[in-house]
Design a protein around this ligand. Structure first.
Ligand code: ADP
Ligand code: MG
Length: 322
């Protein structure tokens, strides 16, 4: 069973950054308003997320580490209409099978916090712990028990870069939530809760904010909003391309194509544009259930989505193209 978990874990926990993404999404699903991340050695040695969310009741702590146990989906109808970021109940079980994972949490109304440790899938008994509220999830020594996997981890700097990118993706999607990140004890990011445009500026830099055009277009059941910079702003290269569908970061060929076409059509140049775009769509018209890591989407009417994104971005870029 542990072996099966370890195999499945490979898909969910490719590197520290994938665990970070899952932990951050869990904190958001728990309605946190402040989330602090601390990493040691690129997240390989230790990756810790502390939040002020609703916490996990004592009797659910062990369950939180079990495979396919989720508190977020109660029925098949729920699956059609997923509002939470997580819904598979896979992430913590996967991380637990390939690292030393500890979960400390204090649900509202409890007199103190409780802690559970999982060492490569072996669970400890619950222990009382001190915590004012919320949860602390800490992963240590990723792949300590699967040396073959460990070999595929890159340098500390590279893994830190991936963690930072995962952090930025989430921070861009939730400007209303405060985020912090420290690495090896030094503060790297401090993002207080703010308006979307301020958050985008804080994450992508003032240069981007100055070059970017705001857009907000509505078409039937679709809305596209965010900021898009002309390709002349090329300093940030490919990295500054963020697309979200209903708040989830996605990497989607259809959307990427529509964006590229709009840049090409207006500015005759589609290389290295920088943008942060949020597509809002009726959840019934999109299937986010394609892959465990959930960066892919499938639209019921892809052509309509393509047309809408192309036209919305085209319009925004054209207003200042001259
Ligand atoms: P999923 O998010 O798909 O439900 P996970 O394995 O990521 O599955 O998490 C399992 C369960 O643990 C969640 O359903 C949730 O109940 C609980 N959980 C995990 N992290 C937190 C957190 N930071 N705050 C509150 N509950 C959490
Ligand atoms: Mg989750």
């Amino acid at each position: 069973d542990v072996l099966i978990s370890q195999i499945a874990a490979g898909e969910v926990v490719e590197r520290p950054a994938s665990a970070l993404k899952e932990f951050l999404e869990n904190s958001l699903d728990a309605q946190s308003t402040d989330i602090a991340v601390s990493l040691q050695q690129g997240g390989i040695k230790s990756l810790r997320v502390a939040d002020d969310g609703i916490g996990i009741p004592k009797e659910e702590l062990a369950l939180a580490l079990a495979r396919h146990a989720t508190s977020k989906i109660a029925s098949l109808e729920d699956l059609e209409n997923v509002a939470s970021l997580g819904f598979r109940g896979e992430a913590l079980a996967s991380v637990a099978s390939v690292s030393r994972l500890s979960l400390t949490s204090r649900a509202r109304g409890e007199r103190h916090a409780w802690r559970i440790d999982a060492d490569g899938g072996q669970y400890s008994a619950l222990q009382p712990a001190a915590l004012e509220g919320g949860s602390i999830v800490e992963m240590q020594d990723l792949y300590f028990n699967t040396p073959a996997r460990r070999k595929f981890l890159k340098t500390e700097a590279t893994e830190f870069g991936h963690c930072e990118e995962a952090f930025k993706r989430v921070a861009l999607s939730r400007p209303d939530v405060g985020f912090q990140l420290t690495h090896n004890g030094s503060a790297k990011w401090r993002l207080p809760s703010s308006e979307a445009s301020k958050r985008i500026g804080a994450v992508l830099g003032t240069e981007f904010a100055a070059a970017a055009l705001p857009l907000d277009e509505q078409g039937g059941a679709l809305r596209l909003w965010g900021m898009a910079a002309k390709p002349t702003f090329s300093r940030m290269g490919r990295d500054a391309q963020y697309v979200y569908v209903n708040g989830r970061f996605v990497r989607d060929k259809l959307i990427a194509h529509a964006i590229r076409q709009a840049y090409q059509d207006v500015l005759h140049h589609e290389r290295h544009p920088a943008f942060v775009l949020f597509l809002e769509i009726d959840p019934a018209l999109v299937d986010a259930n394609v892959h465990p890591t959930k960066t892919e989407v499938r639209f019921r009417d892809g052509q309509a989505v393509h047309r809408f994104i192309f036209h919305s971005l085209h319009k925004a870029l054209a207003t200042t193209a001259g």
